[in-house]
Write a protein that binds this ligand. Structure first.
Ligand code: GP9
Ligand code: MN
Length: 407
């Protein structure tokens, strides 16, 4: 019932932080282009393989953007769909299964709905079957206006690899759709080529595979490099079409691409043994926010995908006191340094908690944290509150206009 929501509300309201005065509203009314970078982990940024850059374009692009290099994915078994769920709701995905499948009929206080209230046209673009991850149903609940899916793309033997339409073709074919959208729009592009098992046609290999004990890792670098090229081409096309100058562009990695099964090969790449501490570090994904007229900066603010919604809302100058979310504006000077993974691991500015042990965030050495239990409990509580909202479909009992609980 609505009573269950009272405690949750007390918790989330205490999390809320004041926006950054300089950036609040800077993106007001502008088009927003979001790019979900499939399986893209942060370690590929500004790194090389066989002496060649893995992401030459992104390395340049981050120089003129806000680049968050201490930002984590928080997905579970729902993978890409979990990252979308985090972005739209600033709620945690579920510990088991995919919330896109299990709770697509719930009431949500989504980013999409708030954007629509503010006159935005909200679209998702992804050249896969619309039922994959139950997206057609969930997008309906979240309030998307349009889902450009497999049916909207011309997919052939020649322009596909692995999971489907190649990213370059996906972006190219999407330009026409962007042009027809009512403005301002929020358009979320979900890339696909850099997906396990990282297959690529010979002509799309801009770098040679790595040489380690894992074919998966070896190929991963080549598909990340291809994705980088696809994004570069897309940005160039946006410029040609006059769609670039006045748009906010947000890119983030959806989740890891290289699982722990490949730790030995990763160890060869990093030339060290991969510890549980390193595994946590490896869950960092890039977050890049390009705002026209802003010089940009690399920010090491600790954050995660849960923070995307409040961050975007503040950039747009939307401050809805009655909204319920677990994340915080990444630009807020008051941002908490606490990132919780779906499985209960967490990171603060002092330590990492994983496999029952605290590690010093600087040295990676195990440390003793006297009040460690409190932190462990906070992570458990926060995940529980979020779960309660989803399992109880608690937003049914909430009126966002008044901030009151309804029966
Ligand atoms: C499928 C794409 C990839 O449509 O989003 O899904 P993933 O396996 O990464 O969740
Ligand atoms: Mn994915």
């Amino acid at each position: 019932t609505g009573d269950d929501l009272v405690e949750v509300l007390n918790y989330t309201r205490a999390l809320d932080k004041e926006p950054n005065e300089d950036l609040f509203g800077i993106a007001e009314g502008k088009n927003i282009i979001v790019i979900s970078l499939e399986s893209t982990q942060n370690f590929v940024i500004n790194s090389t393989v066989n002496g060649q850059e893995i992401t030459p374009f992104l390395n340049e692009f981050i120089e003129e953007s806000y680049y968050f290099d201490n930002f984590y994915h928080q997905t579970g078994q729902g993978k890409t769909s979990d990252s979308e769920f985090l972005l739209d709701n600033s709620l945690y995905p579920l510990g088991r299964g995919a919330v896109f499948f299990t709770h697509a009929g719930n009431e949500y206080l989504s980013l999409s709905k708030l954007l629509k209230e503010n006159n935005y046209f909200v679209a998702a673009l992804h050249p896969n079957n619309k039922t994959f991850w139950n997206r057609n149903m969930m997008y309906e609940s979240l309030g998307y206006d349009r889902f450009y899916n497999l049916e909207d793309y011309d997919v052939t033997e020649e322009n596909s690899v692995g999971w489907g339409l190649k990213d370059v073709d996906f972006f190219e074919q999407s330009i026409q759709y962007l042009k027809e959208m009512p403005e301002p729009y929020f358009a979320k592009f979900i890339t696909l080529t850099n997906h396990h098992p990282f297959l690529l046609n010979e002509e799309d290999m801009y770098i040679q595979p790595y040489d380690s004990s894992s074919e998966i890792l070896n190929r991963y670098f080549t598909t990340v490099r291809y994705e980088d090229e696809a994004v570069k081409t897309f940005i160039e096309r946006l410029k040609e079409e006059g769609l670039y100058e006045d748009s906010i562009i947000i890119m983030y990695g959806d989740h890891y691409g290289i699982s722990e099964k490949h730790n030995e090969a990763l160890g060869e790449y990093f030339d060290k043994e991969i510890t549980p501490f390193d595994v946590v570090e490896l869950q960092k994904v890039p977050l890049i926010i390009h705002i026209p007229g802003q010089t940009g900066e690399t920010l090491s603010t600790l954050g995660g995908q849960i923070d995307l919604k409040p961050t975007i809302l503040h950039l747009l100058g939307i401050e809805k006191e009655t909204d319920i979310h677990f994340g915080q504006d990444l630009f807020s000077p008051e941002k908490d340094n606490f990132v919780i993974f779906r499985d209960g691991r967490f990171v603060t500015d002092e330590f990492v908690y994983t496999t029952g042990t605290f590690y010093d965030v600087e040295t990676g050495e195990p440390i003793d944290v006297p009040n460690g239990e409190q932190y462990i409990q906070r992570a458990i509580d926060e995940l529980n509150y979020s779960d309660q909202i989803i399992y109880g479909d608690l937003f049914r009992f909430y009126n966002m206009e008044t901030g009151r609980i309804v029966e």
